[in-house]
Ligand binder design. Structure first.
Ligand code: FE2
Length: 375
């Protein structure tokens, strides 16, 4: 009966065996209702995708090449009467991370940028605070970089960074850190009551993110670089590597009499700050080169007046309202992932460096720094 009433009301609804029904008026009405929503959703998705693509292109292709020359003045009151008139001018390079090979074009562009930024620069000392290379194949570009900047008046010094020693599979870092995090959670669970265990399970994701944010990325070591070859090439070029040792920088005719020291890499080397400073007279002004700023945790740090470091890349990716995606350090406060700060009586400067292993930067522009040390 009901079937018959429907058929009577609209004969087009009658479905005959073996016949394909043409589009009906009600379905056309449905399309006209949904179409604006569909187009609106598609436009939002397309806009989001375009914005994401734009950001990614910027982070991959624009910001990493936009090296800036930044200037810093540091006062060393203890160096009164021991610095040249007008102070000591230091050009700090760091974290060049040269790969060579398929990255060559990009790296040559960076070198040309540094050449342009430093053209005609008159300065005293050239420092490179480590991660010269990412792979041995980057050595040629290290020498190109050093040849691109004007020669300093008084000398060139450097220290090794972790990447000068070691390669890492960084794509494995997050899964490895998840396993480490989970193992720590499993250790803690027996001490938790039932409610605390539920709360811990519910907050595991955000707590893992916080763990990643505050912990150096744990890439698996996959091999090593030829540090002997790098040492020889730098020495032939004219750079002195300070490998757990000090250096008396004295030029009486300029009124210069200060000390430099360099320490081996904190992660992959054998850092011995005590050895670096043991022959330096008490109270003599001392500038320390350390690739990794975690050296500030060393008990000998108070002996140092100024630490110059790199390694953090300024966080490399700085997320709005979140800060550096990660800092690669354990003992440096997050707010000091780059730039100048004081740690006790010691002044510390961390450069964002000019390169990167993973070729991506966002709101952590690469830099080289001209440091003027005065009294
Ligand atoms: Fe680095």
């Amino acid at each position: 009966m009901l079937h018959r009433m429907i058929n009577q009301a609209d004969p087009r609804q009658t479905e005959l065996p073996g016949e394909v029904q043409p589009s009906s008026a009600p379905s056309a009405a449905t399309n006209s209702t949904l179409s604006p929503l569909w187009w609106g959703g598609a436009a939002v998705l397309a806009g989001g995708a375009a914005a994401a693509l734009g950001l990614l292109t910027y982070a991959l292709q624009v910001e990493p090449l936009d090296i800036r020359l930044e200037r810093l003045t540091v006062r060393l009151p203890g160096a009164a009467g021991r610095l040249p008139q007008g102070g000591l001018r230091i050009l700090q390079l760091s974290d060049s991370h040269f790969h060579g090979g398929k990255y060559n074009r990009r790296e040559l562009a960076k070198i040309e940028r540094v050449r342009a930024l430093t053209a005609g620069l008159d300065y005293d000392l050239l420092f490179h605070t480590g991660d010269f290379i990412h792979f041995d194949s980057g050595l040629e570009n290290v020498l190109r970089l050093l040849n691109a900047v004007p020669r300093p008046r008084l000398g060139s010094f450097g220290v090794f960074g972790n990447h000068d020693y070691t390669h890492y599979a960084m794509q494995e870092a997050l899964p490895r850190m998840w396993r480490t995090f989970q193992a720590a959670e499993r250790m803690r669970d027996p001490q938790r009551g039932p409610l605390a265990r539920i709360a811990a399970a519910a907050t595991r994701g955000p707590r893992y993110l916080r763990y990643v944010r505050n912990t150096p990325l744990d890439g698996r070591r996959t091999g090593g670089n030829n540090t002997d070859r790098l040492t020889t090439a730098l020495a032939q070029w004219g750079m002195t590597l300070l490998h757990n040792q000090g250096f008396h920088l004295v030029r009486p005719e300029l009124g210069l009499d200060v000390y430099l020291a360099g320490v081996d890499d904190v992660i992959e080397g054998r850092p011995r700050l005590g050895d670096s400073v043991c022959d330096i007279p008490d109270h003599a002004p001392l500038i320390l080169l350390s690739h990794n700023p975690d050296i500030i945790a060393s008990p000998q740090l108070p002996r140092v007046d100024l630490v110059l470091s790199g390694h953090t890349h300024g966080g490399q990716i700085r997320v709005p309202f979140w800060g550096p995606a990660h800092t690669q350090v354990e003992f440096v406060p997050r707010q000091h992932v780059s730039g100048f700060f004081r740690h006790g009586r010691t002044q510390v400067y961390i450069t964002r460096g000019m390169g990167e292993g993973i070729p991506l930067r966002f709101r952590a522009r690469p830099q080289i720094t001209l440091i003027e040390v005065t009294t």
